[in-house]
Design a protein around this ligand. Structure first.
Ligand code: ACO
Length: 377
């Protein structure tokens, strides 16, 4: 009998030095360093560079990378015009996909698939995703696009461009930690998609637009937005238990819980939960956090035995909401962080490339013959 690895579960198709996950124990490391240590000590900029280089950078290397990112923050006017004239009502992930594809049209280096070009384009895209996403938000709100500032961190500058207001140091750091938690996660669907595209020796912009498409779906990056929809539907903490029990009785999926790899708590969800709790206590206002606490308890009690626990998307939305970010932008923010993981993974894979070309077990007809159109029923 042929074994089919439906969903490619457990299929090993390459080697990687970037990210390690032990799903049974809820462990995640980048370059061997636990995610909790990255979140506590590092920044989006540093983790991005560490993954691109495959090692921790020196202070001088980090300063150069930071300067490169800043120098590349601005987007071409032609792209700003495209963003400003996008149709109203499109999902920001659609807008991001189109904007990144258009950015490729404006980049004279875009068709160069050599290692140096892939890296140079990566640095530009890591810098410009932030400006593009903020510009999409401004355009959708009918406001002027805000030009990047060079005196702010990557996270702080994004919040500034998004809202037109400089964030507090605490807000910028909280957002930075959220970005760090999302930078990379092994062979998730969008990273795999980026790699699959790169394995044909296609260009970086094609790889990244493919990845954006994969991240957009509600079983992957789109889940954080779906969690917020669920919280709004629940309404108040006292209704959470009955709401989740009814969903589970009806065998419906709860968004923000369950994971293909983690069969225990996703460690990123633990870090985010701690911040969500701090935010909720400080403001004394968050119904969301209380609803999530109840949902977590019911889910773990009822289906924890199946390996279903909160994933990274469970608490991220409440943190973003507190920073004044609209829920439609939660998935683009995921992309804003994951761009670094996508680029690093593509660079790593294409360094020792092999065309990805799996197979399917054929279950269709075997001895059919062509029937002329006029003879068909
Ligand atoms: N709510 C309720 N039950 C669930 C959930 C859920 N979210 N996820 C899985 N289950 C149940 C399944 O119904 C199944 O039950 P059964 O054995 O009685 O049939 C069992 O748990 C195993 O589930 P699978 O579907 O085999 O698990 P899979 O690995 O395919 O699913 C997935 C992973 C797709 C992420 C799933 O858990 C899900 O849909 N979760 C909600 C969406 C979500 O939060 N996605 C974000 C993932 S993290 C990320 O991409 C950043």
């Amino acid at each position: 009998m042929t074994n089919i690895a439906k969903g490619l579960e457990g299929v090993l198709f390459t080697e990687s030095k970037l990210t390690f996950i032990n799903g049974a124990e809820g462990v995640l490391t980048h370059l061997g360093i636990p995610i909790q240590e990255w979140a506590e000590n590092s920044t989006f900029e540093e983790l991005s560079l560490a993954l691109l280089n495959g090692r921790l950078p020196t202070a001088a290397e980090l300063a150069t990378f930071d300067a490169d990112l800043k120098a590349n923050r601005a987007i071409p006017d032609a792209l700003a015009q495209v963003i400003a004239h996008m149709p109203q009502g499109v999902h920001p992930m659609q807008a991001l996909r189109t904007a990144v594809s258009y950015l490729g049209l404006l980049d004279p280096q875009s068709e160069d698939t050599g290692a140096d070009a892939r890296r140079a384009i990566s640095v530009r895209m890591i810098a410009q995703f932030s400006t593009i996403i903020a510009a999409i938000n401004r355009a959708q709100e009918g406001k002027e696009i805000v030009a990047p500032r060079m005196d702010l961190t990557h996270a702080g500058n994004f919040l500034y461009m998004l809202t037109g207001k400089e964030p507090t140091a605490e807000q910028a750091r909280l957002f930075d930690i959220a970005l760090v938690l999302h930078v990379d996660h092994g062979m998730n669907a969008s990273t795999f998609t980026a790699i699959a595209t790169s394995s044909t020796l296609s260009d970086m912009y094609s790889c990244m637009t493919s990845a954006i498409g994969a991240l957009k779906g509600p079983l992957h990056g789109g889940a954080n937005e779906a969690v917020m929809d669920m919280l709004d539907e629940v309404g108040t903490p006292d209704k959470a238990e009955a709401y989740i029990n009814a969903k589970l009785d009806a065998k419906e999926k709860i968004m923000g819980v369950g994971h293909r790899v983690y069969k225990y708590f996703d460690p990123r969800s633990r870090v985010l939960r701690d911040y969500a709790e701090v935010v909720a206590n400080k403001e004394g206002k968050s119904n969301y956090y209380q609803i999530l606490e109840t949902i977590e308890k019911v889910v773990v009690d009822r289906i924890g035995s199946k390996g279903i626990y909160p994933n990274v998307d469970f608490y991220s939305g409440t943190v973003y909401s507190d920073l004044g970010i609209r829920k439609e932008f939660f998935t683009p923010i995921f992309a804003l962080a994951r761009i670094s993981g996508w680029c690093a993974s593509v660079i790593e894979y294409t360094g020792d490339n092999r065309l990805l070309r799996p197979d399917a077990v054929y279950t269709g007809a075997t001895d059919a013959h062509y029937v002329q159109l006029q003879d068909r029923q």
